[in-house]
Design a protein around this ligand. Structure first.
Ligand code: BG6
Ligand code: MG
Length: 213
């Protein structure tokens, strides 16, 4: 078997929390008097760290903020976001994602998370799948965010596989760049399907079962 594992991004791949990120950043933008924060702006935040995502919002304003003020703004956005996460439970995991992950595990494929989010364990816990994954690499164990491949390289290490034995599934352009930089085989879903360099493009999560292993 050439491929032994799949590393999954979380927000926008396993679950719809990418939408909560959008809503929380949009609310922060509004508070700062930025009324033209769009989904195109939000696409640039996919896969990148909280502080880098904040810069996407602040680029829409002429006002300059100190580092301390930026930390405060990022904390405010995170408090809005975490409040939205409190409503999530096991019913927010789609049947398609659940049954696909179960089938992959039944086939002996290792599964891991490679997410830039520091809230990844909280979300996985709320969805009831924290223990389903063989390894979790997230915003808490990295120093460089996507498009740097660190988060995926760490995930591969955690589950003892080589990048060339691994698929990476991503909804972010920066995530596909990170997968390619790390020597992984990339699978794009959602927004990332715009990336011309992705190895595979899927329109539905269960299509992962058709990949060659
Ligand atoms: C990524 C999202 O998964 O996590 C980004 O795509 C987000 O938009 C990043 O900025 C960091 O998330 P968090 O939860 O640590 O603020
Ligand atoms: Mg994502």
């Amino acid at each position: 078997m050439k491929y032994k594992a799949i590393i999954f991004d979380l927000d926008g791949v396993i679950c719809f929390t990418d939408e909560y990120h959008f809503l929380a950043w949009q609310a922060l933008a509004k508070k700062l008097g930025i009324t033209n924060f769009t989904r195109e702006d939000n696409a640039k935040q996919r896969g990148v760290s909280r502080m880098e995502s904040l810069e996407v919002v602040l680029a829409k304003s002429d006002k300059k903020y100190t580092y301390e003020e930026k930390v405060e703004l990022a904390n405010y956005k995170n408090s809005l976001y975490v409040k939205m996460l409190q409503n999530m439970n096991e019913s927010d995991l789609s049947n398609e994602v659940k049954s696909t992950l179960t089938e992959l595990k039944n086939r002996g494929i290792k599964i891991a998370i490679g997410s830039s989010s520091k809230n990844a364990p909280l979300i996985l816990n709320r969805l009831g799948i924290l223990n389903l994954f063989d390894g979790i690499s997230d915003g808490n164990n990295i120093t460089k965010s996507k498009p740097n491949p660190e988060v995926f390289l760490k995930a591969a290490q955690f589950i003892s596989v080589e990048p060339k034995e691994c698929y990476v599934v991503e909804d972010a352009i920066a995530g596909i760049d990170a997968a390619l930089a790390g020597g992984f085989t990339s699978v794009a879903i959602g927004d990332a399907t715009k990336h011309s360099g992705a190895h595979y493009k899927i329109s539905s999560f269960s299509e992962l079962l058709n990949l060659p292993f």
